[in-house]
Design a protein around this ligand. Structure first.
Ligand code: G4P
Ligand code: NA
Ligand code: NA
Length: 194
């Protein structure tokens, strides 16, 4: 997705060989027009999948997720990372270990919002080690719903999440795939020749 790649080139900050900072449009400040384009693109790619719900994780998945939900005309649910004061009954939980942050989070959703047989599109901002996506898949399975696909804004192809998540057999669509962050530069995966 060129508008996204151009934004990453213009505003992304390579913090190390593994971490890209995109606080100016995705992880802190949010660019609503870009999010709208991202939502449109996810909706386009998954329009034949009979999506009935979108599931993401707070906080950075919410902006792209809600825009995809808008264009697919379905609700967005975000899994919570912190215990909610009001979310007490009928809660589904899954443990997600972050290799990047070296911490474990318990993510949770209310049973009420993912129903049996819902066709759920998972959305997240980054795909790094794949653990967040696996946690979301687990929640959907517990709800006896169907994972209809996985949409990622930025995939770091040099980490193992892409393989782990694709090995589950679900369709994964990433809008920008980064091959390398070496030498302080963002190198995107070669586009397939057309
Ligand atoms: P994984 O889910 O693919 O296994 O990723 P990991 O645990 O390593 O990621 C933990 C957090 O770090 C996630 O955000 C993820 O989006 C973010 N992250 C991973 N790699 C990068 C990167 O290169 N750049 C940026 N900007 N973020 C990265 P989170 O803790 O859930 O935070 P939030 O932003 O959603 O609140
Ligand atoms: Na994030
Ligand atoms: Na995230």
């Amino acid at each position: 997705m060129n508008v996204l790649k151009n934004k990453i080139k213009a505003e992304g900050v390579v913090l190390s060989e593994t971490v890209l900072k995109v606080d100016s449009f995705l992880n802190h400040q949010v660019d609503p027009e870009l999010m709208m384009e991202i939502g449109k693109e996810f909706a386009h790619r998954f329009k034949e999948e009979g999506i009935t719900k979108i599931l993401t994780i707070e906080s950075s998945g919410i902006a792209p997720g809600v825009m995809a939900a808008l264009y697919l005309n379905v609700p967005l649910v975000f899994a919570r990372k912190k215990k909610s004061l009001t979310l007490t009954e009928g809660v589904l939980t899954s443990k997600v270990y972050s290799f990047t942050k070296q911490e474990e989070n318990t993510i949770s959703i209310s049973r009420e919002y993912i129903q049996k047989n819902d066709r759920v599109l998972l959305i997240d901002d980054f795909l790094a080690n794949g653990q967040a996506a696996l946690g979301l898949i687990d929640l959907v399975k517990q709800a006896e719903a169907v994972v209809a696909g996985i949409g990622i804004v930025i995939e770091k192809s040099f980490q193992n999440g892409g393989k782990i998540v694709r090995d589950t057999g679900y369709r994964v669509e990433s809008l920008a795939e980064i091959e390398s962050l070496e030498n302080g530069e963002v190198q995107f995966k070669e586009e397939e020749a057309t």
